[in-house]
Write a protein that binds this ligand. Structure first.
Ligand SMILES: Cc1cc2nc3c(=O)[nH]c(=O)nc-3n(C[C@H](O)[C@H](O)[C@H](O)COP(=O)(O)OP(=O)(O)OC[C@H]3O[C@@H](n4cnc5c(N)ncnc54)[C@H](O)[C@@H]3O)c2cc1C
Length: 396
């Protein structure tokens, strides 16, 4: 069984977005261009790529050509310099229609790898790395998480010691998206003492001696390239230091907020996909002499899903407006991420329940999204860490 997205709008009035002044003609033109690209170059192959555990490498170049990789990046590096989180929301809504978050995560992995370089890197590194990455010629991953933990970033252990004109790196990184394919790895290392103030960023390049990687198998995100990275006396030229020594944590932190808008918009968009597929099913399926959608218990499931999706979308858009106005609403962005992933968790569960056995079969978007719930709730700041951060920001 294969549930394919019709390409139409939701039958439920989630499409207030299309009438909202927040979504301008420019946003909708981008939505239309991206949808056309996805429908031609990605949607027909999603099941195949997921089963194969990878997507073709040339997809990066194709995505660059349509403007997907460069959206929001400076023109001088080949990007489209829109400083507007509404584009992120539109982009993630369109990508979510494939129901395969791992493809999005790997294809757009530079969205966490490149910003720290652009935020604090030297002009030499920026000019060397950014154009190739935004053109889809090179892949740029971000490696922070280690086998000993990912939440406690300030406590990371991979070490880089200065020796002459090089840094010598030893340690390992875990669960790194784009890890196998990466030509460039933005690597968080300890160069100083304990805590956040002892962390630097180094640019690791494919082929450096002592840098090895192994693939990891996962519950979901099958087409995503996830790897463990190992550094055994890797010599990295001092010119590959990104920003100042021991200032790397700032480079990492600067991208947290836009990453959270991205993760939240993606989670709520996947929740909407679950709603839509379950609704199409429930309108068609008959049980006990009437449409599944006519049973009150099922109708209430839809009402609850719609309620949570609409509330999350409103919170998302409110945060986006504040970010665009120059605010940094850390507490709300953290809680938004929690809200979005809980909404996704609820909708994936209810959609599977409504669709019954069919939702358990491969090739069904809801089946795949269900397997991706936890990575959304854990990655990029887990629910517990997000709540804790919000509570601290709120002075609780
Ligand atoms: C598919 C996938 C792709 C990923 N891609 C990347 C990537 O590209 N780059 C990268 O650097 N990382 C990546 N990660 C790692 C991800 O960011 C981490 O998994 C995440 O930060 C959590 O770290 P951890 O798994 O080590 O869990 P831990 O930090 O060990 O935490 C385990 C659990 O304990 C909870 N916990 C921890 N501390 C506290 C506390 N103080 N109070 C209450 N609860 C707490 C956490 O919320 C979590 O539920 C990826 C992970 C996955 C699964």
């Amino acid at each position: 069984m294969s549930m394919k997205y019709s390409g139409g709008e939701s039958p439920v009035d989630f499409d207030h977005r299309y009438r909202s002044p927040l979504y301008t003609e420019d946003h909708q033109a981008w939505r239309a261009a991206l949808r056309k690209f996805i429908d031609k170059h990605m949607m027909p192959f999603v099941d195949e790529w997921e089963e194969a555990g990878e997507f073709p490498r040339d997809l990066y170049k194709k995505a660059a050509e349509v403007g997907l990789l460069g959206m929001g990046y400076p023109e001088e590096y080949g990007g489209t310099p829109v400083d507007d989180p509404m584009y992120t929301i539109v982009t993630n809504e369109e990508l979510a229609r494939m129901g395969a978050g791992g493809i999005n995560a790997s294809l757009l992995i530079h969205s966490i790898g490149l910003p720290p370089i652009l935020a604090i890197g030297s002009d030499e590194i920026k000019n060397r790395v950014a154009p190739e990455v935004l053109a889809g010629e090179k892949v740029n991953a971000l490696a922070i998480t280690e086998p000993s933990g990912g939440s406690d970033v300030a406590n990371l252990k991979t070490r880089a010691v200065r020796d002459g004109d090089d840094y010598v790196v030893n340690g390992s990184k875990m669960f790194i998206t784009g890890g196998l394919r990466a030509d460039y790895v933005t690597l968080a290392v300890r160069t100083g003492g304990e805590g956040a103030k002892g962390i630097s960023l180094l640019l690791i390049e494919r082929g450096m001696d002592g840098f090895t990687r192994t693939p990891l198998k996962k519950q979901g995100w099958w087409a995503s390239d996830t790897a463990a990275l190992y550094f055994d006396d890797v010599r990295v030229p001092k010119e590959n230091l990104i920003g100042e020594e021991n200032q790397g944590f700032i480079g990492i932190m600067k991208n947290f907020n836009s990453e959270r808008i991205g993760l939240a918009s993606s989670a709520v968009a996947f929740a909407r996909v679950c709603f839509e597929d379950a609704l199409a099913w429930a309108r068609d399926r008959e049980t006990f002499g009437k449409r599944l959608a006519d049973h009150q218990v099922i109708r209430h499931k839809f009402a609850e899903m719609a309620r949570k999706i609409a509330a999350t979308q409103a919170y998302l858009e409110q945060c986006a407006v504040r970010v665009q106005a120059g605010e940094t609403p850390v507490a709300d962005l953290s809680l938004l991420k929690v809200q979005a992933t809980l909404t996704l968790e609820f909708c994936a569960r209810e959609a599977m329940q409504i669709m019954g056995g069919a939702s358990y079969m491969r090739g069904c978007r809801v089946e795949r999204i269900y397997r991706e719930v936890r990575v959304n709730a854990i990655g990029g700041g887990s629910e517990e860490i997000m709540r804790d951060l919000a509570a601290r920001q709120l002075g609780i």
